[in-house]
Design a protein around this ligand. Sequence first.
Ligand code: 4EZ
Length: 232
Amino acid sequence: MKKTIAIIGAMREEIAPLLESFGRYKSIDFGGNTYYQLEYKNYTIIIAYSKIGKIHAALTCSTMILHFNADCVIFTGVAGGLDSTLKIGDIVLATSLCQYDVDISAFGHPLGFIPESSIYINTNKELNDIVKKVAKENNLAIKEGIIASGDSFIFSNDKKKWIIDNFKACAVEMEGASIAVVASLLNVPFCVIRSISDGADDNANISFDEFLVNSASKSAKLVLSIIDNMPS
Ligand code: 4EZ
């Protein structure tokens, strides 16, 4: 059976380079999003941007898996850098993801923890190995680490430090943990690739506007090479 690869971004800019590169695709509207479907080599590829935030991303990921029968999910987009070694345009590959805005500490639970779930959800090792292999072949340095997700654009040093201190994350964004929760519970392998657009600091909004398109295309380009290296 032909396999289906889902590629999800949050914003149009994050998937635009992929649509441009494939050129031909079918558009399917579902649940307030447009899904772009095409055949490539021995794969069906389905691409969509979810709109910003964890809830939108959860709907899109669920739709990709349950409605479009995705066999694996790749998230591509940009993120705010938390680790001081990260520069604009650098690629981060999530080893695990967490929700920094989950807080039921009133009941003694650790930050980010939901009963019957866990603070961190791991990404798929086989997919990550392909990402790392392809990055290496393209002389692209990638940083592996924890990505923290929450429904805020982080643009303050205090909030940035709080996320680093509490979650040991190297990058922050607003959708990755949704993909992790949905895909892991539905037993679909997934990975999250992000290119840095800003430093999540007091200049982050300016930096984001300046580098969104360029950083998004770096992440999307890597995804294209990954698809070319997927086992058939
Ligand atoms: C969310 N995305 C930003 C959406 C910004 C503007 C209209 C990634 C991201 C991010 N998220 C890049 N930098 C970030 C930051 N500093 N905090 C949170 O996934 C929408």
